[in-house]
Write a protein that binds this ligand. Structure first.
Ligand code: F6R
Length: 609
């Protein structure tokens, strides 16, 4: 939820850390703080509630020269978002400084025990207890003290600890929350993700569960919690720093919506042959498993859940296997019956969503084969899976997902086709039809963006609406749900997503001239049924905004506003239909003056339950 960055090396730490925090603000942004050890060994700490600009203003003319430091951007879990609860936190002596992302579940007992031993804790946070635990354990070696302190801790953490007296050393630790080490010759970094340090290095070590990283300017030594040395590979990241910048767009969300054609092309690379064959080479080893499984359970949250709905529908239709998707937080405590013939597919952009990881881990313990679909190399979910399909969509910085939804859909559709082929359930003609549609999809997405040129003006006209009702049927239902979620997230207008046939069973009572009906009315087997539902809405004075397939001449009779998308394979229709809905949400939010990249109350990566 929070963002961490640490630096040790010959350069000025302050500006490097603040720039890194800027790249991490999407992880949480209710307060930010920095701690630096200056050239005389004095500790400088500043923490400010609110966005990073508040911290920047507070340190503008007084940042000390320092070559060691840590910084943090927070999304509160324990303790209100104020200056005091902002990280970093110190121990009683001020020697030890900690920044933390995650939740220490036994922090109340730890705090009580520390206070009983005479420690003075100043904030309401779980994190501060860690600084005092390290203080108690410290006997001249920070790494040993952190290991000992973490032996007492239950919960999830990524943390970075520094000691005022050890002027070039940072200790990082990871357990169920991401943390990477960046290496660049004479300087090293620790960060929540590579976006924070990519401007300085492309050489990173992804820490794994239970790793303790002893980071010095010239390198890193990794041990387990009990001190055994561990070998971790150094990965070279091929994302350019520019890929994480806005690239000429006003916001990351706008940039990411517009780069969907490219993201789709990247994502499909290696998965569709020029002749139209569909296959995911990373699943080759799973062919026998795909032949023997008897059902598929998908698990995901939020936008990934809606993408997984498309995947479940395609899997069921093409393989004949019962396939369903459950949100992670429900799967975790009310799991469906599973056995070793149940294929579990976990879908998560970040790969770090606690609600998705826990049920996946549980399913693995039950002996289920696992396929993970994620955008994040080295993320936690990859360690729970027998095979991983990467979205290959590049970093997504805006909190509201866009390009990862469309690439999740295509990746899931590719998975469904791969399984169907392994089971001999997909005829060659059907595969080639899908392959041709996939190959054409990046171009169709680019055309969709052109066809949506009038959406900004349309959003202006509707930005004052009381609420919105989104409807779809079949494959267009998940697109309707995702359209409603996008609108809620960034515009703060209430929006419902419904299976169109359900409208008459209750929600139709919400419709009137102030509550428009958004119909995902792309060509499909259930197009006529959907039109009947649109007519029901129109009869209640609702204005109708339709997303329809190019060439649909009848739609103008049913809708007040139409956005066309090119024709495509029915299972891929949500990929194109969602694009105008993303733009509609985006421009409605702009019209209402909202911060689209960092909508209120949200965080990009939800690593707590
Ligand atoms: C919506 C959004 C969230 C995420 C959800 C799961 O725009 O971004 O609903 O989709 O928190 O996140 P991941 O995919 O990282 O597991």
């Amino acid at each position: 939820m929070c963002g961490i960055v640490g630096y040790t090396g010959p350069r000025e730490a302050g500006p490097i850390l603040i720039e890194g925090l800027g790249r991490l603000e999407y992880r949480g942004y209710d307060s930010a703080g920095i701690a630096l050890v200056d050239e005389e060994g004095a500790l400088f700490v500043e923490k400010k509630a609110g966005k990073l600009v508040n911290l920047q203003a507070a340190i503008a003319d007084r940042t000390p020269h320092a070559s060691l430091g840590v910084a943090h951007t927070r999304w509160a879990t324990h303790g209100r978002p104020n200056d005091l609860n902002a990280h970093p936190h110190q121990d009683c002596t001020g020697e030890i400084t900690v920044v933390h992302n995650g939740i220490i579940e036994n922090f109340r007992e730890l705090r009580d025990e520390l206070e009983a031993r005479g420690h003075a804790l100043r904030s309401e946070t779980d994190t501060e207890a860690l600084a005092h635990l390290v203080e108690d354990a410290y006997q001249g070696d920070l790494s040993a003290a952190v290991r000992e302190a973490l032996g007492r801790v239950e919960g999830a953490y990524a943390l970075v600890v520094m000691h005022r007296g050890e002027r070039s050393r940072l200790i990082g630790a990871r357990h169920n929350v991401p943390l990477v080490v960046g290496l660049n010759g004479e300087e090293s970094f620790l960060a929540s993700d590579v976006a924070a340090i990519l401007a300085h290095t492309d050489k990173v070590v992804f820490l794994q569960e239970g790793d303790i990283a002893d980071v010095r300017p010239t390198g890193v030594t990794i041990t387990s919690l009990t001190g055994e040395p561990l070998d971790r590979p150094v990965s070279t990241i091929d994302w350019t720093p520019e890929a994480a910048e806005k690239g000429g767009h006003a916001t990351f969300m706008e940039k990411e919506i517009h780069e969907q054609p490219e993201a789709l092309a990247q994502s499909l690379a290696g998965r569709v042959s020029p002749a139209g064959g569909v296959a995911a080479p990373e699943l080759d080893e799973m062919a026998d498993t795909f032949r023997r499984v008897t059902r598929v359970e998908l698990v995901a949250c939020g936008t990934a859940y809606y993408a997984a709905m498309v995947g479940a529908a395609a899997l069921q239709e093409w393989t004949g296997l019962p396939s369903r998707v459950t949100v992670g937080s429900e799967f975790r405590y009310s799991p469906p019956p599973v056995d070793t013939n149940t294929l579990v597919v976990a879908v998560t952009q970040s790969g770090e969503t606690a609600d998705t990881i826990a049920p996946t881990r549980w399913a693995r313990e039950q002996g289920c084969p696992i396929v993970a679909i994620t955008n994040t190399v080295g993320s936690a979910i990859t360690r729970e899976a027998d095979a991983v399909m990467f979205l290959q969509a590049g970093p997504e910085i805006a909190v509201a997902a866009s390009k990862t939804f469309v690439t999740q859909v295509t990746t899931l559709v590719t998975l469904a086709a791969t399984i169907a082929k392994a089971r001999g359930a997909m005829a060659e003609a059907a595969e080639l039809e899908l392959g041709a549609a996939l190959r054409h999809l990046p171009e169709a997405a680019a055309r969709t963006l052109e066809l949506a040129a009038h959406v900004p003006a349309m959003a202006q006209r509707y930005a004052g609406s009381r609420g919105f009702m989104f409807i779809g049927r079949g494959y267009s239902f998940p697109a309707a749900l995702e359209g409603a979620l996008k609108l809620k997230e960034v515009s703060y207008i209430h929006a419902e997503g419904y299976a169109a046939g359900e409208l008459k069973h209750g929600p139709i009572s919400l419709l009137d001239a102030e509550c428009p009906l958004v119909a995902v009315a792309t060509r499909s087997r259930v197009y006529d049924k959907l039109m009947s539902n649109v007519m029901e809405g129109r009869a209640r004075d609702a204005r109708v905004i339709a997303v329809a397939t190019e060439g649909d001449e009848a739609i103008g009779r049913f809708a007040d506003e139409v956005v066309f998308v090119p024709p495509t394979h029915e299972a891929l229709s949500p990929v194109l239909a969602v694009i105008p809905l993303q733009l509609f949400a985006y421009h409605t939010a702009l019209a209402r003056g909202n911060d689209v990249d960092q909508p209120r109350n949200l965080a990009k990566s939800v690593t707590v339950e």
